[in-house]
Design a protein around this ligand. Sequence first.
Ligand code: MG
Ligand code: MG
Length: 257
Amino acid sequence: MITIKSPREIEVMAAAGRILADTLALLDSHVRPGVTTGDLDLLAEEFILSHVGARPSFKGLYDFPKSLCTSINNEIVHGIPSDNRELHEGDIVSVDCGVALEDLHADSAATFPVGDVGEDVERLLAVTREALDAGIAAALVGNHTGDIGHAVQQVAEQAGYSVVRELVGHGIGTSFHEEPQVPNFGKPGRGYRLTEGMTIAIEPMVNAGRKEIRTLRDKWTVVTADGSLSAHFEHTVLIHPDGPRLLTVIRTATPVE
Ligand code: MG
Ligand code: MG
């Protein structure tokens, strides 16, 4: 079921989203060689819990054990943080996080370079961010989820990369994953129609190589089948007549209503 959020629900989601944006900014400042993904998870969990009423959405969601998903290099999403998993110079780490406030969720992700990464890697990150921006720009009242997917896919594929098919963006609200699905590929005008008050997570997963994926034996970590690098950026977006509003940013330029 697609849910339309009330102004009050949107305000709460935006408040959750601000905590989430602050969490990712904090993590960004701590990503460096020698830090473990377990360190990042603990830092995020403590920071989120320091806000009254807030909790990490991921912990316990589908029995996931941690507050973050941390996915390194060829890992696409759903990597499990570990004290034994150290970041190394030249790695990239995709950090996905959710914050719940009053049982309303916000969802955001970013891929961070660890120390110096090559120009090729910087380009993958820039293109994936660009693909997310293109998807957000298509999140207009009256457009369809296919317009978002098409916009994301165009940017990624024109740069010579591929987009993952099996994992998609989604509606979000009182449930972390709601309808509709928001694929990172598609045709303009296809899919679900976007209406005022919908909140969706747009989250391109862009592979430097081929689009095929596989899941590791831990049953969580999704990796590229060809071992190529993958990047992931995500925002929670409100569909609004004045244009898309990002709910997972540190400060919104205009008030969210
Ligand atoms: Mg996410
Ligand atoms: Mg998501």
